[in-house]
Ligand binder design. Structure first.
Ligand code: DC
Length: 229
């Protein structure tokens, strides 16, 4: 089997990862791997089973997890143990708990195993917090996105509003700030920039500008010959 191409994009919440990763995956015909959706799905199950204070039970749950991602019409549909959890994993409840669940080393090692398995068989665009550093350290292209917290809070707030979810701006900002702190300071695979990652601050960029800057890098990958941009 020929070597698969891996593009990995990391950065904090609402830094522009999903838009860029989805666009590139569609453009290149690659599989889009939303690793955050996997951590969210586990967190949804943790809350549903009310085991948020029982690390042993969480580890047991993740070891017996049957998780499937299906990317269709711009949405990652997530199925866990046969249940379609797509509509639930982006709720404020899951968002405020997901970083705490993601700190557990066994949760990380199990999900990383699954992510690498997906990367063995297909060309992918992966996004998350540790895809450039831990999951795919040999990725063909590594991108590290950043943006000011106020700009990111504004983007996430508007996203909730567009979906008809009533949330307070200050709560959204506080949640992002808390997640930034936990995701960047945890002991196992914290969010950090790989030395060889292309760093891009998206604070003052439109999504089109952001994508164009990433595409310019993608074009430098040896095996990506054609991009109609
Ligand atoms: O990308 P997102 O906001 O959907 O991710 C949700 C959370 O999942 C994030 O706050 C931390 C965790 N996560 C992680 O620890 N490692 C990843 N590779 C992806 C997400």
């Amino acid at each position: 089997m020929s070597k698969k191409i891996i593009i990995a994009i990391d950065g904090p919440a609402a830094s522009g990862k999903s838009s860029a990763a989805k666009y590139l995956a569609e453009k290149l015909g690659f599989t889009y791997l939303d690793t955050g959706a996997m951590y969210r799905a586990v967190t949804y199950l943790v809350l549903k089973n009310n085991i948020q204070n029982d690390t042993k039970a969480i580890v047991e749950l993740v070891k017996n997890l049957d998780i499937r991602l299906e990317f269709k019409n711009g949405v990652t549909n997530v199925f866990v143990n046969g249940e379609d959890v797509t509509d639930f994993i982006r709720s404020p409840e899951v968002s405020s708990m997901v970083s705490e669940v993601s700190v557990i080393p066994e949760v990380r090692s199990e999900l990383v195993k699954l992510q690498r398995k997906i990367g063995e068989n297909v060309d992918i665009v992966a996004e998350g917090r540790d895809t450039t550093t831990v999951v795919f350290p040999n990725a063909d292209l590594k991108v590290f996105l950043t943006a000011d917290i106020d700009e990111r809070a504004k983007r996430r707030f508007e996203e909730y509003l567009s979906k008809g979810r009533k949330v307070a701006f200050e709560d959204v900002r506080a949640n992002l700030s808390k997640r930034d702190r936990i995701d960047s300071s945890r002991e196992h695979s914290p969010l950090s920039k790989a030395d060889d990652a292309f760093e891009l601050d998206t604070t003052n960029l439109t999504i089109d500008e952001e994508i164009q800057k990433i595409i310019d890098r993608v074009k430098q990958i040896k095996f990506v010959k054609e991009l109609n941009t």
